[in-house]
Ligand binder design. Sequence first.
Ligand code: 3PG
Length: 305
Amino acid sequence: MKILVFTEKPFAPAAVQAIENVINASGNELELVEMGTRADLLEAVKNAEGLIVRSDKIDAEVMDAAPLLKVIVRAGAGYDNIDLEAATKHGICVMNTPGQNSNAVAELVFGMIVMMCRNQYNGKSGSELKGKSLGIYAFGQVGRNVARIAKGFGMDLEALDKFVPDAIMEGEGVKPVHTPEELFSNNHFVSLHIPATAETRNSIGYDLVMKMPQGGVLINTARKEVIDEAGLMKALEERPDLRYISDIKPDTAEEFEKRFAARVFFTPKKMGAQTAEANFNAGVAAAEQVVAYLKDGWNKYQVNK
Ligand code: 3PG
């Protein structure tokens, strides 16, 4: 059976080799398309029974072009790039690989925070993280890794996640809060780890950001869609002490950069999971999951049940 790996943003070479080893050992066949176009994807899926992708958009058109396709694995956490309803209609199982790239994303959170607190290394006096408070918005795999690392910096921690019991957070030395308003009011830094869903889209805007204490920094390594860009801009305009760092360029990045200069920072391309280790872990997990599904219907991480 053919398993297609289609990634606009390529995996590290060692990860590709490991994926190939898993697929070959299972007796299946790998086709690798890196940095491919939409047309390449539509052509390559024609005879694929399994598909591994990253943030690549997989919609009904792709599934219509793939009559043999049985399983799609998103090598990563967020699956907002895949049309789950269409997959269910097509009888295709969709899975993600939870936890496999979360440390990489969490480490980048601190890489960006330190950079911003040291004024992007421009030589001017900056500030430290020790003794500052960090609010973690969503206490899933990334949120928990963020908490673990933040403790090393000596930060005070709060988290908000309606799906996680207070006792779990307390067990990890994190104070639970129960509303976004509390999280933003109480913390110097707020780090977003919520998925992009109908409920979260545009949910972080003027009202919440304006609640942040003096010198507040908002960090987004989740999805650009959760930000109300106009509302955030208005808050940055009215509060010259606020700063915004994101691993996902806003649609209006140029305007942010023009109006707020060094108070904002955006990575040129989403870099959170772009490490050799995360590529390896997520890629191998995805390959193993596709192979297991094609062999005997293993579907532990199915997200379109
Ligand atoms: C994820 O959802 O796993 C991360 O955002 C990483 O996405 P990427 O595979 O596109 O880098």
